[in-house]
Design a binder for this molecule. Structure first.
Ligand code: UDP
Ligand code: MG
Length: 309
């Protein structure tokens, strides 16, 4: 069986179009599938629309979360509920073209890949997000432990085996594209051009995207800590040299009124220290999140396929 997980947050207007495209796209390679929609606490009629569709298309299952947990949590919920031998993840706004699923499925079933990620090679329509997204991926890749990771988002497919590995990572701060790369297995990719949103505004605000990017960086790299250490060491060397100069100047009596240099070094040291405290804070915060050990999401209601009731 094939499962497709799709998170939905206030997307009532595009659910019809979404299903009209997903179902034929999947039917082109299998008829044994389930569609798992995760309603991430929508406040519009998304859930009603999905429930309506469930009467027409019996292979739909809906998980309704107790509130908005964010799309990484929504994906996690859907993946945990999925039963397929091969499981796909796709955004619900038709930016990931469902027609690509067939190619992913082929790579897994015929070429022996365990994980196939969609690599974004471009984007239709105008968006300033592309720039920030590329910048993030460039930084993320070169920062350390994730050299293999391409310009991947959530659009992907994997075998049950790889998914079990992914789901065994119980971290609370979740960055699924990174976690998917981290687990290993035979990884492949399919290139695609990201479409413009079918309808509406992105539900991931810039703030949410910024948080996701920092979650990704802080959970997969010690680069920020390393940077603090290196700058700290450099600073120490510079100021030791300066200290020697000050002592020498004092001894030989050419010390002058050092108002600007004093102020500048206070400002400089003060701000560097605040910055480093901020970086440490990010790690402490994440550590705290992990030790609180709260579930990643709560399910309010699960609507199984009508046929299986
Ligand atoms: N989404 C969600 N919860 C959220 C934000 C978004 O489930 O808190 C869903 C949204 O409905 C869409 C997918 O996640 O199906 C991707 O969201 P969006 O298009 O806003 O993200 P972007 O394309 O900017 O990455
Ligand atoms: Mg989108």
């Amino acid at each position: 069986m094939f499962s497709l997980v799709v998170p939905i947050y206030n997307e009532e207007k595009l659910i019809d179009e979404l299903l009209n495209r997903i179902v034929p796209a999947i039917l082109s390679f299998t008829s044994d599938f389930e569609l798992i929609f995760v309603d991430d606490g929508s406040t519009d009629n998304s859930l009603t629309a999905l429930r309506g569709w469930q009467q027409k298309e019996k292979r739909i299952k809906i998980i309704s979360l107790s509130k908005n947990f964010g799309h990484q949590a929504a994906f996690t919920a859907g993946l945990e509920y999925s039963r397929g031998d091969i499981v796909g993840m796709m955004d619900g706004d038709l930016q990931d073209p469902p027609e690509i699923l067939a190619e992913m499925f082929r790579k897994i079933t015929l070429e022996g890949y365990d994980i196939v990620s969609g690599r974004k090679t471009g984007r239709k329509g105008k968006s300033n997000r592309t720039f920030f997204s590329s910048l993030f991926h460039l930084f993320f890749r070169n920062m350390g432990e994730m050299k293999e990771m391409g310009n991947y988002g959530n659009f992907s497919m994997m075998t049950r085996n790889a998914l079990s590995a992914l789901l065994s990572l119980k971290e609370k701060v979740r960055y699924l594209p990174g976690m998917r790369t981290y687990v290993g297995f035979k990884q492949g990719e399919v290139e695609f051009v990201r479409d413009d949103r079918y309808e509406g505004r992105p539900k991931m605000s810039f703030l949410k995207l910024f948080r996701l990017a920092s979650d990704a960086i802080f959970s997969f790299s010690k680069f920020p800590l390393r940077l603090c250490l290196v700058l700290g060491i450099l600073g120490t060397i510079v100021f030791m040299a300066a200290g020697i100069y000050v002592v020498v100047a004092k001894i030989y009596g050419f010390a002058v009124i050092g108002w600007s240099s004093t102020l500048l070094s206070i400002y400089f040291l003060g701000s560097i220290q605040l910055l480093f405290l901020g970086v440490l804070g990010e790690y402490i915060y994440r550590n705290y999140k992990e030790s609180q050990n709260r579930p990643v999401y709560f399910v309010k209601q699960y609507f199984d396929s009508p046929s299986e009731k």
